[in-house]
Write a protein that binds this ligand. Structure first.
Ligand code: EPU
Length: 466
């Protein structure tokens, strides 16, 4: 297992390019299950989740290959397979996205339930409700969803749940309804740009979906879908993460390949806290560059994560990390995943002042944070810890960064290209920075029982007082 060693306190400077969106690429790859003929996808990021889904699709009879030039080619070569195995689906929530397209194209799908997650409850009742409405017979057996339907039929479906709509649920139901007999309407559909991107891909395959980007979708079923070529939209969450990192560390950074209309709420919030965000249409109106700079200290702000077009829950942890350094009290609430605050306790280890109150985190800004050894609990929490470590004085160690690799394509390399000092090393005692040893802090050598095991191997010279 790897860990990151981050030396903070250095402002970031330069240009960095955002990759394709993970949460677009994954359901789009899954939708290739429904096609007759090959599809080629561009700007699919190089992530662990993408390779896990590729493996899953291979087990379902899809040939997945990276082409020269970077395109990802997907072609169904065996449509007699139905089982999406627990061992692969449990590693990645998006594994459930194979359910809709496989059911629609093959008449049967047996998909492991995705299981729990560190960001709170993640049921799939709305996915199943939508597919049942299309006429599927669905039962849960031994941890698997078994869905069957000779022919799906168009229906009127309401997909609203207690926390708004569902992103992958809308993807699943939409990817099934495109091959249903008749017209389907989906009310309270998710409006996230990633759902729109999937809908655009399905339309290129021959589907007839209207209303994309609104809560009301109308889908006229077609008999077959062909393969298609598609370029995945830029990753608005990666872009926001890089922008917030630049704001937290200070300096001046240009973030390239951003779709600013996908990021209005984040840009507005950053401006509210005092970050300069200058949007320029460098490449095209859809793919701009945003220049980030911080003229003075940061102001506090209240943040409420909401479904699109609100502030994304996937940026809540990173904004929390930023607000830890603002001058005053901020209140952060997540209305999509109300318990998504595992990062708070780890941020506190770096000197932040955060108190949970109901479904909110009350963040009292501090003028200085110090590096610490922290543990990543999920993908976006990992990014928040990196951001906090960049803003802190001294060295931090971030462990369990396999979460980060699931969803960011070389985040530390991108940040290092801006002048950050981040090393990826094996999570071994020998790699633990001596500066984080307790003896340095209080000037005494810890006793053998309470000392962490790695301290015993740290040379005495380095652990003496400073
Ligand atoms: N929900 C239900 N019933 C359902 C489905 C969802 O009650 O059947 C609830 C959830 O518990 C949650 C809310 O509805 O409170 C929204 O969940 P949603 O289904 O929209 O989440 P998701 O589709 O499982 C995707 C992203 C997440 C992102 C959320 C919200 C992918 C692969 N994942 O998850 O991304 O946080 O939408 O925008 O697209 C990430 O990238 O780090 C990540 C977690």
């Amino acid at each position: 297992m790897d860990m990151l060693v981050v030396r903070g306190g250095t402002p970031l400077e330069g240009r960095v390019v955002v990759g394709g969106a993970k949460n677009s690429a994954l359901p789009i790859m899954a939708a290739a299950l429904a096609a007759d003929g090959p599809s080629v996808l561009y700007d699919v990021p190089d992530l662990v989740d993408v390779s896990t889904l590729s493996q899953l699709l291979e087990t379902l009879g899809v040939n997945v290959r990276r082409q020269q030039g970077g395109g990802l080619r997907l072609e169904v070569v065996d449509d007699e397979r139905f089982v999406a195995d627990y061992e692969l689906v449990r590693r990645m929530r998006a594994g459930v996205c194979v359910l809709g397209p496989m059911l629609a194209r093959r008449g049967k799908a047996c998909v492991s339930l995705p299981g729990g997650c560190n960001i709170g409850d993640r049921p799939i009742d709305l996915h199943l409700k939508g597919l049942r409405a299309l006429g599927a017979d669905i039962r849960i057996e031994r941890g698997y969803v078994i869905a069957e339907a000779d022919q799906l039929r168009g229906a009127d479906i309401y997909l609203g749940g207690p926390f708004g709509s569902t992103v992958t649920g809308t993807a699943n139901v939409m990817s099934a309804a495109v091959l249903a007999d008749g017209v389907t309407t989906i009310e309270a559909a998710a409006c996230e740009p990633e759902v729109v991107d999937l809908g655009n891909f399905l339309n290129k395959m021959g589907a007839r979906i209207t209303g994309l980007g609104t809560p009301f979708l109308q889908i006229e079923g077609v008999e077959r879908l062909t393969g298609a070529e598609h370029t995945v939209i830029p990753d608005r969450i990666e872009a926001a993460t890089l922008m917030i990192a630049a704001a937290a560390a200070g300096g001046r950074v240009e973030v390239e390949n951003v779709c600013p209309t996908h990021m209005t709420a984040v840009i507005e919030k950053l401006r509210e806290v005092g970050v300069n965000c200058e949007v320029s249409a460098a490449i095209s109106p859809k793919h701009s560059t945003i220049e980030i700079s911080v003229p003075s200290s940061l102001r506090p702000a209240d943040v409420i994560a909401l479904p699109y077009p609100g502030i994304p829950t996937d940026v809540q942890a990173q904004l929390t990390a930023l607000l830890c350094g603002a001058e005053g009290i901020s209140v952060v609430t997540d209305k999509v995943f109300p318990d998504r605050f595992m990062h708070a306790a780890e941020l506190v280890r770096m000197g932040a002042r955060i108190r949970r109150e109901g479904y909110s985190a009350i963040v009292s800004g501090v003028s200085q944070r110090s590096g610490a050894c922290v543990m990543a609990s999920d993908l976006r929490a990992s990014a928040a810890l990196v951001i906090s470590a960049l803003a802190a004085q001294g060295e931090s160690v971030i462990r369990r960064i396999y979460h980060l690799d699931r969803g960011y394509d070389r985040l530390e390399a991108k940040l290092n290209s801006l002048g950050a000092n981040i090393r990826r090393v094996k999570d071994e005692p020998a790699n633990m920075p001596a500066s984080l040893a307790p003896a340095i802090i209080d000037g005494t050598r810890p006793n053998a029982v309470s000392a962490p095991h790695w301290l015993a191997k740290t040379p005495a010279r380095q652990t003496r007082t400073i």
